[in-house]
Design a protein around this ligand. Structure first.
Ligand SMILES: Nc1ncnc2c1ncn2[C@@H]1O[C@H](COP(=O)(O)OP(=O)(O)OP(=O)(O)O)[C@@H](O)[C@H]1O
Ligand SMILES: [Mg+2]
Length: 196
């Protein structure tokens, strides 16, 4: 199963989502490969400082390396692909190979159009859901955004609350609230993959 974590917008929580999803997927004995297609390598650096059992990192900052990484797939493995924000080629290459797509987003002004453009890039027939990262769930902005997505039938697969311990990234252990939220998202991802 190949899960692409994608957004054309930077700083929306792609790497954080990819690492937490990989951690949750790896609990289930499956061999998980975190494919880091971001030339910045932030997921790779994270896993270097905090190795997690059953997770291997494959750095793939070019289309050629990405193809190589994706070719390693077999029916038992899980590949989670962290993508860079700006490279349309790497984003498209990841989307073309994905079984399921996760689109992290934040709540706020410029996020909406970027979210729409990202969802429009997902090829027909590939299930995709959004994950709200760093969410302030008590705010009116949050409620209005969730209502608007419901009205437009945009599937929301998870909400990750804003936490200092999650913002710490590789400087701290994975945060329980982030893991709980990722577990919910992972359920949606596996269900969507099974339905395909
Ligand atoms: N739930 C959260 N609570 C607090 N901070 C968060 C949360 N999720 C992500 N962040 C912070 O938001 C910032 C952006 O997150 P992240 O690096 O995962 O985004 P990204 O989409 O991968 O960015 P880029 O486009 O640069 O690759 C980071 O500083 C991260 O620690
Ligand atoms: Mg990133």
């Amino acid at each position: 199963m190949r899960v692409a974590v994608v957004s054309v917008k930077g700083g929306v929580g792609k790497t954080t989502t990819a690492v937490y999803l990989a951690a949750v997927a790896a609990r289930g004995r499956r061999a998980v490969t975190l494919v880091d297609a971001d030339p910045q390598g932030s997921a790779a650096v994270w896993l270097e400082s905090w190795p997690i059992d059953n997770i291997e990192v494959f750095e793939a900052p070019s289309e050629r390396l990405l193809r190589k990484a994706l070719a390693q797939d077999d029916e038992h493995s899980v590949l989670i692909i962290d993508t860079p924000p700006a490279s349309e080629r790497l984003i498209s290459a990841s989307l073309a190979q994905a079984d399921v797509v996760v689109v992290p987003t934040r709540i706020g002004g410029v996020e909406g159009p970027r979210l729409t453009s990202t969802l429009e890039m997902v090829p027909d027939g590939i299930p995709a859901g959004i994950v709200v990262s760093s969410a302030r769930t008590w705010t009116r902005d949050f409620r209005e955004a969730v209502d608007a997505w419901a009205a437009e039938s945009v599937p929301v697969w998870g909400v990750v609350p804003e936490r200092v311990g999650i913002a710490a990234g590789p400087d701290a252990d994975l945060h329980i609230d982030g893991l709980d939220a990722a577990a919910d998202v992972w359920q949606r991802v596996t269900r969507a993959a099974r339905r395909r």
